[in-house]
Design a protein around this ligand. Structure first.
Ligand SMILES: Cc1cc2nc3c(=O)[nH]c(=O)nc-3n(C[C@H](O)[C@H](O)[C@H](O)COP(=O)(O)O)c2cc1C
Length: 206
């Protein structure tokens, strides 16, 4: 039952425990045909999410750390994914701008409930060229551009060192596809139900 008003924390804990989780329906996943690069699999998965009517599948949680190493996180919009990385944008004068200047690394998390899928990306962050940042700002609506000082809008990219694709399963034998960057490409590790046996991880270099 949904609490009508604020409830004591003990009741809330019980209520939270009773809430169902991982109730979505995962699309078919063929591990024989998983792409060699995470950018390609990401493009497939975000399209699957959109097909399943995930609202705003491009909304993500971006985590950064400040100069003292204290983490922070906020929601923002993904601007693009290609061989250069996962792009996002915001004001340089923001907390995230200051944190990225002090510690140019970040993690990005997506949760697409209807398809029981989550993706997380981590890596170093690089600022795009001034031209790319200006082009991103120009593509925003007039209202969204209002109040942004010239040069304050920045497009950043996460150059991924690790990307995890996670697909939940009703029997809790979840599937995890991890891409770790190696010298000349990506090493893929797959575990869970769709990977076949749960005793052994499948590892491939691509
Ligand atoms: C759905 C959604 C999308 C957002 N998109 C952006 C975005 O693209 N860029 C941005 O700077 N902030 C965006 N925000 C606002 C951020 O969540 C955050 O409040 C703001 O960037 C300030 O964060 P900071 O103080 O950590 O820099 C969005 C918020 C929501 C809820």
């Amino acid at each position: 039952m949904r609490p009508e008003q604020s409830i004591p924390s003990t009741d809330l804990a019980a209520w939270l425990r009773a809430l169902p989780a991982l109730t979505g329906t995962a699309p078919p996943l063929d591990l024989e045909t998983i792409p060699a690069e995470p950018e390609t699999l990401f493009r497939i998965w975000i399209a699957d999410a959109a097909d399943a009517h995930v609202p705003e599948p491009h909304a993500a949680t971006l985590a950064t750390v400040d100069a003292e190493g204290v983490p922070d996180a906020r929601t923002l919009i993904l601007k693009g994914v290609d061989g250069h990385g996962w792009a996002f944008a915001g004001p340089r004068s923001s907390r995230k701008g200051a944190q990225l200047a002090a510690a140019p690394a970040a993690a990005l998390g997506f949760w697409w409930q209807p398809v029981v899928r989550a993706v997380r990306v981590r890596g170093i962050v690089r600022e795009a060229t001034p031209e790319e940042s200006a082009a991103d700002l120009a593509a925003r609506s007039g209202a969204a551009r209002d109040g942004i000082a010239p040069g304050d809008w920045v497009l950043w990219r996460i150059i991924a060192s690790r990307v995890e694709f996670w697909q939940g399963s009703a029997d809790r034998n979840h599937t995890r596809i991890v891409y770790d960057r190696i010298e000349d490409g990506w090493r893929r590790t797959m575990t869970g139900a769709s990977a076949g046996a749960s005793e052994h991880d499948t590892e491939e270099q691509g």
